[in-house]
Write a protein that binds this ligand. Structure first.
Ligand code: FES
Length: 501
């Protein structure tokens, strides 16, 4: 503390570091959002780098402001560093810096509350990062005590150039995505009500016994919305049936959707209609993609697929960087009934365990497979497999995609008083009526699809009241954290619900 200008040095250094970190955070966020880094192996901690950089830059900005007040030479007052135009020292550039600070607080704060905020709101606020960087550049360019020195000019020009290139890259990538970007913005777990689009069947190919692969394209060869692995689309069949199928192609391919359809004997006719009638050239109404089977960043993955459950898992594997640690356990009745088995085995011979029941009379030994694993487990397939895996893996490491609804205990159904905030409607849902049916019959704009609590299409935000979750879409705690419910099957624990729809 012998140097009388120690805090002046701190204020200069923290300001420069904050500016550099902010620039790096915006650049890294753009690289992630534009998928430029998709093929580069970035471990989980690197995925979080964007957040760490932004958070540290806010800490540095705080240090800069505090040191401005502590330094006996500069001696800013609290009002001068917190209130725009309260200082006589270069009032406009300082005000821009203060404004940037508040924007940065809003951006970082909203990121901490990401799961509790409407995704659109968060995303809109997150775009304020660009404005923050612009304001900081003006602030630093006109108010710093080092302005005018050669080193400062070099650093400033470098940071501003990097920011300009990054923002240009974002704008170009955004334009290429066109309107389809809107769906990219839709959260994987808080989707917008999907609007069907007409697509054309480009091919229908047998993938395995009883499984047909359908490729869908836009009639004008347009670009499709970005979809994260684990997503599904809904096919609206001419009979009025709506069927959900996981996307199993490469998530980086924006020109087509690939699904694999297993013909099931007990279906309501959807899969048999597809097998018997769907031919190339045919048009089909398709909505989505939606995602309730999100692939979270992790250092190590264990994928377990049973039968047709390979479809979302295949897309997940395909989206992982080459160097990421993962293993796939793929089980089925026989290789003839297992779609993509040969292709995956050829591609990833070291990472796969194939268990075909007709080759291996002993069942799949999940204790051996799961016992030593500390990986994040992603499992999709028949109920028996999901239940067996769920019984052995802690919920924190478990991610399941269900094809059939969970059997859940419901309380005796009672009438619910429902208010819809945006539609300005209030009505009573009878005990024997589903909440989704009641919303539809009152003209509330909501879509349903599976009506069994599996697909997530009918998701609605709960403003007041406690829903009784009876669906199989997400963990109940996750739904409560997000403030959502699925009214096709779910009801209410409170006599009244207020819905944000
Ligand atoms: S319509 Fe599928 S979850 Fe409600």
């Amino acid at each position: 503390m012998s140097d009388p200008h120690l805090w002046w040095y701190v204020s200069r250094a923290s300001a420069m570091i904050a500016w550099a970190l902010m620039t790096a955070s915006v650049l890294w966020g753009i690289l992630l959002s534009t998928r430029v880094m998709r093929r580069v192996d970035n471990p989980a901690w690197l995925q979080d780098l964007h957040g760490y950089l932004g958070g540290t830059s806010l800490v540095m900005v705080g240090l800069h402001m505090v040191s401005l007040m502590i330094d006996s030479w500069l001696s800013f007052t609290a009002a001068e560093v917190l209130v725009p135009f309260a200082t006589a020292f270069k009032p406009l550039p300082v005000a821009l810096g203060i404004l940037a600070f508040y924007l940065l607080v809003a951006v970082q704060g909203s990121s901490l509350l990401l799961k509790r905020l409407p995704r659109k709101f968060w995303k809109g606020l997150h775009y304020a990062s660009y404005a923050t960087l612009l304001l900081v550049s003006f602030h630093a360019g006109f108010s710093g005590t080092d302005v005018g020195s050669l080193w400062y000019k070099i650093v400033s020009i470098t940071l501003i150039s990097v920011a300009a290139i990054a923002v240009t890259l974002r704008i170009v990538a955004g334009r290429r995505g066109g309107s389809a970007r809107r769906t990219d913005a839709a959260p994987t777990s808080t989707p917008l009500q999907p609007i069907p689009r007409t697509m054309v069947v480009a091919s229908a190919t047998g993938l395995a016994d009883g499984i047909v692969g359908i490729r869908l394209e836009l009639p004008d060869w347009g670009v499709l919305p970005v979809w994260p692995p684990g997503s599904h689309i809904t096919l609206h069949l001419p009979s009025g049936l709506q069927k959900q199928y996981s996307l199993c192609g490469d998530p980086a391919n924006r020109n087509q959707y690939d699904v694999a359809v297993l013909r099931t004997a007990d279906s309501a006719g959807g899969s048999s209609w597809i097998h018997e009638n769907l031919v190339p050239g045919m048009s089909l109404s398709v909505s989505g993609p939606m995602n309730h089977f999100e692939l979270e960043p992790a250092a190590d993955y264990l994928f377990i697929a049973g039968g047709i459950g390979i479809t979302p898992i295949k897309a997940m594997i395909q989206s992982l960087p080459a160097g990421r640690a993962w293993k796939l356990v793929y089980a089925g009745r026989s290789r003839q009934t297992m779609a993509f088995v040969a292709e995956l085995e050829a591609q990833y011979p070291q990472r796969m365990i194939v268990h075909a029941s007709d080759e291996n009379l002993r069942g799949l030994d999940l204790d051996v497979i799961l016992g030593p694993s500390t990986a994040q487990i992603y499992c999709c397939g028949p109920e028996s497999l999901l239940n067996a895996v769920a019984a052995r893996v802690p919920a924190a490491r478990l991610h399941l995609e269900r094809f059939v609804p969970l059997e859940r205990m419901a309380r005796p159904a009672a009438p619910i008083q429902v208010a819809c905030r945006k539609s300005h409607l209030e009505f009573t849902v009878a005990a024997e009526e589903s909440l989704l049916d009641a919303l539809e019959s009152h003209g509330v704009p909501i879509l349903g699809s599976c009506r069994k609590g599996i697909c997530g299409t009918c998701e609605v935000r709960v403003a007041e009241g406690r829903p009784e979750h009876l669906d199989s879409v997400l963990d109940d705690t996750e739904k409560d954290a997000l403030g959502v419910m699925y009214p096709c099957v779910s009801r209410s624990l409170t006599p009244a619900l207020v819905l944000n729809i």
